[in-house]
Design a protein around this ligand. Structure first.
Ligand code: G6P
Length: 602
């Protein structure tokens, strides 16, 4: 979605303010890159913005030479209005003194716009955001100070928002508000920041406050003031130290974040494994075994991670109900206080997942969150939080967060297995070995993935097939290829592929089989034979030293482990295949078109 960043200093910073804003935007760009813009106060309000990626717009408008002590910045993923210069943020009032940036959607903007136009306000853009600037202008005209006018404006808007606003006539503060869209405050010495997410402030500070739904306030260079329903909040008690370094949010020598994050997986898996708390896992496992219904909720890659658990839970005689977050209403009549939901979200901010969780909790469902972001909305909306410790993920396509989610869910499964009286010592050893096996997988399979990418680059379409516990891995592989290489890729249960998909197969059609589930490998081989007979190029991720390799045109061997952890290893070459295919086709895998890292609109 959109990303927002605002910073205010006590005195002129050593580097020009515009350069600081541009760097903030570069950090945020993965949230949306249809347009970029900044506003600074330098004797008056100065706004520079346009359609395009941050680097292009910043260069064209000389962001780096803008001066001042207070500024806002924005990257946009278009919802209302096409991505062009007028619709780019910041938006300003009629007189050009108030600037606002916004992530989210103001649902009642059309009626507010009409009302304001009747009062003589002139609108420049088609966006919902612009009404905020005009509302504040209107209430200031009626005699209110900026903060009171801002609060009154908030009382008029409905919808999801993270907002930051500056007023050149009162430039000692940045005003902010949050409802549903993420917003954090970076607390500094001689400066303060508002931003959409944590990586954006890491260059400046590691001290962060997560703004909560319904809260609003302002930052000055030396103060953070937050209010909810007119009541001032205790800010000092909410400052958290974030264990991520600024270095973790840079490319560190890799051409793209996506590749860096694929290569970081051994480390992320190790720190996630080390962070698993036995007492917490036991509490979750017991709740899982005691629950009437178990819902496994997530969107995109997080949903696929959830499926890796959903497909093995029946072995514990648990019937999970996988729920795609945006479709939570299908099961609404079932939600009950005896139920448990495991909600998975890297960002902890995906609106579909948050809404699903809220609907479930309203009916008493107990919620376990699996998230990567400390203090995220999901973490606060849940009864128990299991943190993955993948570090910041900047590539839009999730990689290391998927494997750390799978590891966490496998640890929950193991704990439940033990609670049922099974010996899990062997599985525990396998869990400890996963980071090292992930490293070996990367080393061994990168070359083949790269070669294959050259063969895939000219194709239009590919199938990803798997049976049983291998299916979620196939689904994740297909999603990666679609997301970054813009190739049509479809995942199917391998056995079902003969009921339709096979009709498309002709000479050279790539079909990628996942052999991560030892219980289904033999049967999958018959589907390999069917595809081969139609001329398909058969590719497969197979356990090392198995016979499956001989049956395939191209076998990608990954180290042996049990089906619990195999999804982690088998997905790695598929991530690399998608990455290298995107690069071969000349695309930037970090910024796939039309996608955003954290989707905060329905
Ligand atoms: C977007 C991203 C995906 C991600 C999904 C869920 O679609 O582009 O990479 O898997 O959101 O995000 P979450 O933060 O909830 O895991």
């Amino acid at each position: 979605m959109c990303g927002i960043f605002g910073i205010i200093f006590a005195e002129r910073p050593r580097r020009p303010l515009g350069e600081i804003l541009r760097r903030g935007l570069e950090r945020l760009e993965y949230r949306g890159y249809d347009s970029a813009g900044v506003a600074v106060v330098d004797r008056g309000l100065v706004v520079k913005k346009d359609a395009g990626k941050v680097a292009e717009v910043a260069q064209r408008y000389g962001f780096d030479s803008l001066q001042g002590v207070v500024g806002l910045a924005h990257t946009r993923w278009a919802t209302h209005g096409k991505p062009d210069q007028v619709n780019a943020h910041p938006h300003v009032d009629c007189r050009g003194v108030i600037a606002v940036v916004h992530n989210g959607i103001i649902e009642n903007y059309a009626e507010l716009k009409e009302e304001l136009m009747k009062r003589g306000h002139v609108f420049r853009s088609e966006t919902d955001t612009e009404v905020i600037a005009h509302l504040v202008e209107e209430y200031k005209k009626q005699g209110l100070d900026t903060f009171s006018a801002f609060k009154k404006a908030l009382s008029r808007v409905r919808g999801a928002y993270a907002i930051a606003l500056i007023d050149a006539e009162n430039p000692r503060a940045i005003y902010f508000a949050r409802n549903l869209s993420p917003l954090i405050i970076g607390v500094g010495e001689g400066f303060n920041i508002v931003a959409s997410d944590i990586p954006t402030v890491l260059d400046h500070t590691k001290r962060v406050i997560a703004v909560r739904d319904g809260e609003y306030g302002y930052i000055t260079a030396g103060e953070v003031y937050i209010e909810a329903d007119g009541v001032p909040q205790d800010v000092a008690a909410r400052i958290e130290e974030i264990p991520w370094s600024a270095e973790m949010a840079t490319k560190g020598g890799y051409p793209h974040f996506m590749l860096k994050e694929i290569y970081e997986q051994p480390e992320s898996l190790a720190s996630t494994a080390a962070g698993l708390e036995p007492a917490q896992l036991e509490a979750v496992a017991n709740a899982l075994l005691a629950a009437r219904n178990v819902y496994i909720v997530g969107a995109g890659t997080s949903y696929h991670a959830g499926l890796t658990l959903a497909f093995i839970l029946p072995r514990l005689r648990i019937t999970p109900i996988p729920v795609i977050s945006s479709e939570y209403a299908i099961y609404e009549d079932l939600y009950d206080k005896d139920d448990l939901a495991i909600a998975i979200s890297q960002s902890g901010e995906t609106i579909d997942t948050i809404k699903a969780v809220k609907a479930m909790r309203e009916r008493g469902v107990k919620v376990v969150a699996v998230t990567n972001v400390v203090g995220s909305t999901l973490s606060r909306e849940s009864d128990v939080v299991l943190y993955t410790r993948a570090g910041p993920e900047m590539g839009v396509a999730a990689t290391k967060t998927f494997t750390t989610q799978v590891l966490t869910l496998a640890a929950v499964y193991l704990t439940a297995l033990r609670a049922l009286g099974h010996d899990v010592a062997e599985h525990q050893r396998e869990l400890k070995a996963v980071p090292d096996l992930a490293r070996k997988t990367i080393e061994k399979t990168a070359g083949t993935a790269k070669e294959l990418a050259r063969r895939l680059r000219q194709r239009l379409s590919a199938y990803y097939l798997g049976r049983g516990a291998a299916l979620p891995v196939a689904m994740e592989g297909a999603l990666k290829l679609k997301e970054v290489a813009y190739l049509h890729a479809e995942a199917y249960p391998a056995g079902e592929s003969k009921h339709g998909p096979i009709a498309l197969v002709e000479e050279g059609f790539p079909v990628i089989f996942v052999f991560s589930d030892p219980n289904t490998g033999e049967k999958t081989l018959s589907n390999v034979a069917e595809m081969k007979a139609r001329g398909a190029l058969t590719i497969g991720t197979v356990p090392a030293r198995s016979d499956y390799a001989k049956k395939l045109d191209v076998a990608i061997e990954v180290p042996q482990t049990s089906e619990l952890f195999a999804p982690i290893l088998h997905v790695i070459p598929l991530q690399m295949l998608a990455y290298f295919t995107a690069v071969e086709r000349g695309y930037d895998p970090d910024k796939p078109r039309n996608l955003a890292k954290t989707v905060t609109v329905e």
